[in-house]
Ligand binder design. Structure first.
Ligand SMILES: *Cc1c(COP(=O)(O)O)cnc(C)c1O
Length: 403
């Protein structure tokens, strides 16, 4: 249907009529009455934290992704930090991560005094490139972190082979990919440790929240201690020995997720498959519409996986346009489309330049991609009209700046 739409009007940024009056956000949560009820039920109960809703959410989530264990924590960054601590990252240890990710992936390594090593991405998917990983493995490498960028799983067969060959832990920062799959296996079961975020902009939400999934029960119990100040005895053990008895073998944090949040998570998880389906429908409409727009190249999706479409990312063919990404970004914002950029390569930020001697030239594919990428709105509450507006605005702006 989109092929019939023709926009010849002046760009809003040059004083023309915008496609929309009210800006469409690039993402956002879906909250129903059932979610609200789940939370208020907990508020009326005996436990607001460390109660039965935590166990129930962990069990439901591990069931959903098909792992032995799921450990709920206060956010996705805490999930990454907890995972880094569990595998014993310390001074001198290197952790290989893609540079196209949210900074928390790198920061979690630094929290444990490890060194983040930035690897490059594949030019078409912008996922961690196993060849770049291979080039960066040293005697100090301990962990490879895949980031399922936009919601598409990395090449876990290749990453697994590298991890096994060099005796490394494989971690999936799956914060974008809740509800996705790779070769028929659910995201969350693809690496040794898998981390999730339930921030409102992600595929399901608990307000703030996170989860680590694994089949390693020993690591899971260490992670449950770490999220609770490092306290080793369970509530049950304490009740048996006298309520004051507990031990702190290692220092921990307070990374607990409340029962209200876990109840919300349970309620959201039930609807996640429907939402992922809706995200994929929106993406399919974009794909069809942009197939006929030379200057717009959606990132490549592989046949063997199901992308959960946390983000819909396009790469602009800048040699067909008279302006750069920044001008296209501004023009789309002026049309009322809340586009975004995911991400500034992490190794560009001053902190990593200063402390880890990073900078231009370290990851040339990611650096070139960064000049071209734009994130378009995708979230389940979008209407068909919202999708049409986005398509119309992209076409209009690209036509307006065509060389
Ligand atoms: C959102 C996100 C995080 C951090 O999650 P928070 O819940 O915001 O702490 C980490 N990594 C990636 C790839 C993310 O998208």
């Amino acid at each position: 249907m989109e092929t019939t739409v023709q926009d010849t009007g002046a760009l809003a940024i040059s004083g023309g009529e915008p496609v929309r009056q009210e800006t469409l956000a690039y993402g956002g949560q879906t909250i129903g009455e059932d979610d609200i009820e789940a939370v208020t039920d907990v508020l009326r109960s005996d436990y607001l934290t460390t109660g039965p809703a935590v166990d129930a959410f962990e069990e439901a989530f591990s069931g959903f992704v098909g792992t032995e264990e799921a450990v709920a924590v206060s956010n996705g960054t805490a999930a990454l930090h907890t995972a880094m601590q569990a595998v014993g990252i310390g001074p001198g240890d290197e952790v290989i991560i893609p540079t196209i990710t949210f900074a928390a992936t790198a920061n979690s390594v630094i929290f444990e005094d490890g060194t983040p090593v930035f690897a490059d991405v594949e030019p078409d998917t912008l996922l961690l490139d196993p060849e770049s990983v291979a080039e960066r493995i040293t005697d100090d490498t301990k962990v490879i972190v895949g980031v399922d960028y936009a919601g598409q799983p990395c090449r876990y067969d290749a990453l697994r082979e590298l991890a096994d060959t060099h005796d490394l832990t494989l971690l999936d920062d799956a914060c974008h990919a809740t509800g996705g799959s790779y070769k028929g296996e659910p995201v969350g079961s693809l690496a040794d440790l898998n981390t999730f975020s339930f921030h409102p902009v992600k595929n399901m939400t608990t307000g703030e929240g996170g989860m680590i999934t694994t089949d390693d029960s020993e690591l899971a119990s260490e992670m449950r201690e770490f999220r609770n100040h490092g306290i080793s005895s369970t509530h049950h053990e304490r009740a048996e020995q006298g309520s004051w008895v507990y031990e702190i073998p290692e220092v921990g944090y307070n990374y607990r997720l409340t029962d209200m949040q876990c109840a919300l998570g349970m309620s959201q998880l039930e609807k996640l498959p429907t939402w992922v389906k809706r995200r994929r429908e929106i993406a399919a409409r974009y794909d069809a519409a942009f197939a006929g727009v030379d200057a717009v190249e959606p990132i490549t999706m592989r046949e063997n996986s199901t992308c959960a479409y946390h983000l819909y990312v396009i790469q602009l063919n800048l040699d067909m346009l008279s302006v750069g990404r920044e001008e296209v970004f501004d023009a789309l914002q002026a049309e009322g489309i809340g586009v975004n950029v995911h991400y500034i390569p992490v190794h560009y930020h001053p902190f990593y330049r200063k402390n880890f001697n990073t900078g231009e030239g370290l990851c040339p594919v990611a650096e070139a991609a960064y000049e071209r990428i734009l994130t378009l709105p995708v979230f389940p509450r979008m209407t068909e009209e919202d999708v049409s507006d986005t398509i119309r605005a992209v076409r209009k702006v690209v036509a307006g700046y065509k060389l």
